[in-house]
Design a protein around this ligand. Structure first.
Ligand SMILES: CC(C)(COP(=O)(O)OP(=O)(O)OC[C@H]1O[C@@H](n2cnc3c(N)ncnc32)[C@H](O)[C@@H]1OP(=O)(O)O)[C@@H](O)C(=O)NCCC(=O)NCCS
Length: 167
């Protein structure tokens, strides 16, 4: 487990997803504007690649407050499939904590990381930019709203200067 920076949210730790996190993860998704899905899909999603499913857990309040769900896109490329932090817990480094865990896992696998983000999602795009992601293409028809998705990629098979390889 790895601890996030402080900020009055108690002890936030990153750990692997557990079935007991399911309802909190579903609530975070709904509060964060992710594409709607049925809660029953989470079991399949999280069991398909257990190592790629991370949550941020508020130990003091016994609550899951963020999650990152990864997929193996193809050999040597992992995909950030779902990623969100509960409103009220944002801008305190919890998203970065989750990203660092996924980068560390991907580096161990010798894999780069891709993701898709809504073109209008400036907050998330800034975070990805600052983590070395670059736009590779635009995809239409991905979201129910019809908004364009931006596919971004980060090559992490080598260590870049803004990362802590031990995070
Ligand atoms: C995108 C998201 C997951 C980021 O989570 P987060 O916990 O807010 O992320 P962080 O706190 O690590 O970083 C966010 C910002 O806070 C800043 N920050 C981090 N720790 C900080 C601290 N202790 N004090 C002040 N600012 C801090 C970061 O520098 C970053 O700034 P930037 O946006 O200008 O780059 C969150 O905003 C979210 O859930 N959004 C809705 C769902 C979503 O868009 N998901 C992504 C879909 S692709």
């Amino acid at each position: 487990m790895v601890q996030a920076r402080g900020g009055g949210v108690g002890d936030i730790v990153r750990r692997g997803y557990q079935p007991a996190d399911k309802q909190d993860v579903f609530d975070i998704s709904n509060a964060s504007g992710l594409e709607p899905y049925d809660i029953s899909e989470l079991d399949e999603l999280f069991s398909s690649w257990p190592e790629g499913q991370h949550v941020a857990y508020d130990a003091e309040n016994e609550k899951t407050v963020g999650f990152l769900s990864g997929r193996i896109h193809r050999p040597e490329t992992n995909r950030i499939y779902m990623f969100a932090v509960m409103p009220g817990y944002r801008s305190r480094g919890i998203g970065q904590l989750l990203l660092d865990g996924f980068f560390s896992l991907s580096r161990d696998m010798g894999s780069d990381v891709i993701l898709e983000v809504r073109a209008s999602n400036g907050r998330a795009r800034r975070l990805y930019d600052s983590n070395g992601f670059v736009e590779v293409c635009r995809i239409s028809g991905m979201y129910a709203s019809g908004e364009e998705a931006v596919r971004m990629k980060k090559e992490i098979t080598f260590i870049t200067s803004n990362e802590n390889p031990d995070a």
